[in-house]
Design a protein around this ligand. Sequence first.
Ligand SMILES: [Fe+2]
Ligand SMILES: [Fe+2]
Length: 475
Amino acid sequence: MSSDQHTIEKFGLKLEDLTDNMVITAYTRFGHRYTRVNSEVCKFVRHNFFNCKISIKRKNRELKIDSDVLQEGDTILRIYDFPPELTKLVNVNSKLIKALKYRDILEFDVKQKAEIEDDTKDELRKIIQLVNQSTKRLSVKEERRLETIRETNELIQKVSESAKVRRNAMESVEYAMDNARRGLNKIDDIRRYVDSITESASADAMAAIANIKASDQTYAHCVDVGVIFQNVYNLILQDTGKKSVFQTPNEAILSAFLHDFGKSQIPKDLLESTVRFERDSKEMKVMMSHPEHGAQLLSQMGMPEPIINMAHYHHVKQDPNMLSSYPRGCTYDKVSFETRLLSIIDAYQALVGKRNYKRSWSPPATMRYIDALSGVEYDYEVWLLFLKVMGLYPKGSLVELSNHSIGFVVSVPKDEGDPERPVIAVVRNEFGEDLDHHELVDLQETLDISIIKDLDNQEVFGKNALEIFMGIEIN
Ligand SMILES: [Fe+2]
Ligand SMILES: [Fe+2]
């Protein structure tokens, strides 16, 4: 029964036998809705158990498949091999138990940590004390270096975990928008992914991914705006002591996810068009109706006011006489702080992201461009708060250094630091060779090196940019 000294495995446990110190290794018995699954259950399992293995019965044959090839009509016998980012589906706690009950999942195989004897704990405590006493105090500089390495490795780890969550979130935004197109206003799926993002992914890491991966469609745009908004908004609240207008932390990300929900009322061929529409064209007028559609849909769905404000006014400019300001006739006093922040992030993501009719901009070039427009199109005070969090070189930006090596920005200067001098993880040396062992260059400390150019990561690394970023390892 026991696999090693400290872990016990148990099989076929019922829901009421699960306790907090257990980790589920397999879901083994299911309610009747998992027999010959319908399209809704099929989609739910494919989304939520992404990258897991499933044993199924298909036309009287038992098969082992990857979750993403589950089909309607399959009967689920067992779900197992959970990838590390799905901790929320395996680490037992009251929330998970409630969710499993609701989802009608009945039996489980688990691992359980055996309690370490008290004597052993005392021994451990003594050893830790000894280690602490013998460690010399590190110099401030060395401490800072180690802290930067730790933060970088943590960011890279979180990016890898979050990349899949982002992909799933994009699918659920698309699903919800397609539903809205057919008159079904169900956003449960988006809510579920908002929950999973806040639980199993990091907004900080997701924001870095958004900077690296040039997203090219409405759904990715909504997800990227959502995660950047949540990340930046939280940091601004911490920094300024401002109070959130949202009832829960998840509502902040949901609000930004839904800012373009009105696009569900715009014909798909217009959304996916490869031409840029003239300002006065019929098509542009239809496109420009999405904020009003969004506000209407969201208020019909009973969404709170701050969310409706964001959908309604995110294209209103500080100078409402500008041709790019719409809905026409709306003035800036109606536009909440959150919407002003969102409109900056919306513009930022639209430029960094790829569109069918334009290529992507690098994050630093985008920051400089919006900087020039703040005070005219965007609220200057809000811009400064955004700039402070993102930095002139946002995390994930690819830059060339004066020694001709190339690297990604992994940390943004804090407070008094020079905004032109972030921390860079060098991935390609001055001879154009891609490195296996990466080096951190903290430009605040290394004053003889500076950034000479910002680069388009797609141009340098093609589709592999995110993979290369995730492969960064600093020792
Ligand atoms: Fe919009
Ligand atoms: Fe947008």
